[in-house]
Structures are given as structure tokens and as C-alpha cells.
Design a protein around this ligand. Sequence first.
Ligand code: SF4
Length: 346
Amino acid sequence: MQEFDNGLAEKWDYDETTPFDSDVSVEKLKKFLRSDDRLIFYGGEPLVMIDKIKEIIDGVNCKFGIQTNGILLGRLPIKYMKKIDKMLVSLDGNSVRTDENRGSGIYKIVLNNLKNLRKNSYNGEVVVRMTLTKPDIFEQVMNLVPLIDDGTVDSVHWQIDAGFYKFDFDKENFSKFVEEYNKEIDKLINWWVEKIRLGKVYKFYPFIGVFNRLAGYDDETRLPCGSGYENFTINTSGKLSACPIMNSVKNFYCGSVEEGIDNEIQITDEKCLNCPEFKICGGRCLYSRNAKLWPNDGDDLICETIKNLIMKIRGKVPEIKKLLEKGVVKKENFLYEKYFGPEIIP
Ligand code: SF4
């Protein structure tokens, strides 16, 4: 509740005319989207609007994706689900952690839904999107690995729950989080490389994405999520925003479905522009960078996690390149479709 007083209403120009439900017609979407664009259903929870999703899939010729909490996955008929070949689904690791964060019994419901989809021959990419509220990333990812191995899910992305609210920064607690998280990341990177040595590349997006930039496979230097230049949010009135979190903030509008893209938004924060890792990190998150809800010492701690991750992956690049040269793994194993949801920098 305190968050309503985060100061952003004074800082940003919110568009109060934006309707609650989308009034963007299929006709407008058809005109705006090209066949190789990917339209991602995003909420709230998009699956509460099943009729709208069906109407759009029936009427628009493009690729589709979804970001969902996974609870209502069984409601959309499989023929529509199969058109959505990229899915980010919220699980935070094991059942205990997921249920702690999202409600009792949620893990089981989501998992059953995913297994049913696979039984019905759904073969789109399922990315587990974890919100990391505790630093035990190694253990939580290890809980997901069997689901990758048995084909229930394909890949994992996580974001640390830091910098998104004004009132949740506690220096002592978050310093401990960072110390622990960085150790866990080291452990997870070592595990990841061990598997690469055996010929298996697990698609952990923060590792894959950073590796692609460090190895020179991805020469983009802006935000790895694509916000504001490759990835735009269509809000409920048809305006294009740089990021779903700021979908109705006029300061971040980039055009409309009627008029097209007329503006690009970039990270302009001096701290990022002067950071030695800017070309790899890109600034982490357009929203948190602009909202600045945490004080500088909190932001510095977040950056410590990013720099540690980049430094540790950088240390593994020569070995991974040798393994690539030897044919133990292939370059294709590291490539991925950009900008469909995983922000890459946690
Ligand atoms: S590490 Fe921090 S300062 Fe550096 S580019 Fe990323 S967000 Fe900006």
C-alpha cells in the first residue's frame, strides 16, 4: 500500500485516459504488425481474456508469445496454445518457494498445466521465469533442472526482486543477499560450464545472453530486453510504450499502432553511460533506471550482482570457445531469439 506513494506520479506524466480493457481492434493490429513480429500477451494475467486472445490469434498473421502465471493455461484450447510458441511462466524454483511467493498449491497447478500441454503435443519454448526473493539461486535452479531434463520446460530466466519498489530496500539485508547471491551465481556458473564440457548447454538466459555479448555473437549494446528500440508494449488504447511496466506513462511513449513507431527510448543515466560494463549490461532495466526507487547505495549493490555475473562469465569465455572449436558444443546451442521476454540481466 505504501507503494502508492512512490513519488512517480509527480515525476512522470501518467496517461489517465488509458482504458482498463484493451480497445485495440484486430484490424489495427493487423495493419501494424508484420508476419515476423512477435506479439506477446501480457497482463496482469492475459489468460483471463481468452476470447480476446483467440480473436487476435485468428485474425493477425504474426508470431505469438505469452507471459503468464500458468494457472489458467488449461483454459485456452490447444490449437490456440500451439500458435503461441514462446511462453514465460512464473515459477520461482521449487514448490515451497513458489507457493510461498504465489499462494498455496500454485506450483502443483502450474506444473500439471505444463505437463498437460506437453501431453497434448505442445512443443513451444517454455521459459520458467523466476522472481528471486532469496539469494539461493543455485538451489532453486537445481530444482528446475529435472523439469528441463524431462522436457516439461526448456529454459530458465530469473530476476532479482530489487529496485522495483520504493519501500523494500534494507541495506543490511540486501547486502547479505548480494554476498550470498554472488556466491551462488559462481556455483551455478561452474555447474553450467561443467555441463557444457559434457556437451550440454542449459538455457539459463542470464548466462546465455551475457555470454553472447561477451563472445561477440551479439553486438547489440543497448538493453538486452530490447525495451524502447526493438521491444514495444501496446497499451490498452493502442499507444506504444518502451516497457510494459510503464505502459501508460507518456514520458515513455514511442508511437501508436495507428501511426507506428516514432520515438526510441534509451538509457541516459550517467552512471550507466560511464560504467565499464554498460555495453554488456545495457543498464539492466529501463523502469528501475528511470524510476530510481532505491537509494544510490541500494542501486550500487544491484550493480555489484551484475558486475559479478559478467566478470564470472567473462572468465569462462575462453574455455567455452575452445569447447566450441573442438565441437563439444555448437554455436547454435548458445543462440536464442532476442526480445521475447527474458530481460537477460537479472
Ligand atoms: S552494472 Fe549498473 S551502472 Fe553498470 S550498466 Fe549495468 S545497471 Fe548501469
